[in-house]
Design a protein around this ligand. Sequence first.
Ligand SMILES: [Cu+2]
Length: 124
Amino acid sequence: MRSKIATLVILFSAVAGIAGFSTHREPAQAADGMRTINITAKRFSFDPAEVTLKKGETVKLVLKSEDVTHGIFVRPLKLDQDIPAGKSVEVTITPQTAGKFTAICDHFCGVGHGNMKMTFVVQE
Ligand SMILES: [Cu+2]
């Protein structure tokens, strides 16, 4: 009787393994090897307020809005992306110029919209 149960357990584990019900998960970053940076937009700021990048390094930005639709615009980084209300979007950027760049929210989001900014520092 005991060995029957053991066989069933082993069988179930094998089937579950084949079906991909494994509890082991690789971190998302390992899939494409890109550094991922999370930025949260919320009336009327970005968090973090400053992000440091490396010239020539492609990074994935995961942009999330916790309230209304925002935008993020930095011309020198060729970044111009809407961040839909309550959602996340992913974009990849590869900075080509070192420097300090100000990102602005370019989707009207309320009275503090004009001051909704963050900084990207691109190191040589
Ligand atoms: Cu805004």
